[in-house]
Design a protein around this ligand. Sequence first.
Ligand code: DX5
Ligand code: ZN
Length: 226
Amino acid sequence: MSESRTIQLAPSLLASDFAALGEAVERLQGVVDVYHVDIMDGHFVPNITMGPAIVKALRGHTDAILDVHLMVSDPDRWIDPYREAGADWICFHIEAAPHAQRTISYIRETGARAGVALNPATYVPGIDYFVENGDFILAMSVNPGFGGQKFLPRTLNKVRALRAELAAAGLNEVQIEIDGGVDVGNAAEIVRAGVDILVAGSSVYGAEDPVAAARALQAAAEEGLR
Ligand code: DX5
Ligand code: ZN
């Protein structure tokens, strides 16, 4: 990985007060440049969160990147609605997408940045066949569906394996995002394993002072670059 590697913290709005989502993004303005937005359909995962109308409303409260994580069945159906609502990054689960290469290409065609998410137990040798520099891989470090779960440390083995696979394919610019159970105690180790984007819900919005919590997480993650 290059020296110029930068780490991004993506606070997950799932852990914020859903009756005050606008305030949640405004609160971290200037502290972070990407927000993670968890879309759950009650079918792919056993929980329901928000839809395109809410992403559209959020778009009116921030110019930051909206990182839309689709935990939905049949993701192809939802790419246009979320892109039109203002999603900048769109990521879908490979477990829900039988033609992942087609799905990822379509996301790119809409002008959004494309990501492919992997459940904790999913490992996809040959992922380099369909990601390109510019895309990202989201490694779930908890089972998707709920915030506030415990980080599954074995996920880091997968991150290291993915990193090696990507390097062998000349895809060093593909970023790896990790999602679930991230906190100040594990952020540095996560970065050392090869992660570039850290999603954090409870450890940011569940904290008394989300700004201080986000800054502490950023500092902890930067430690992993040293
Ligand atoms: C879980 C979601 C995560 C969640 C992470 O299904 O995809 O983005 O918000 O929350 P924490 O950081 O609390 O584990
Ligand atoms: Zn997520």
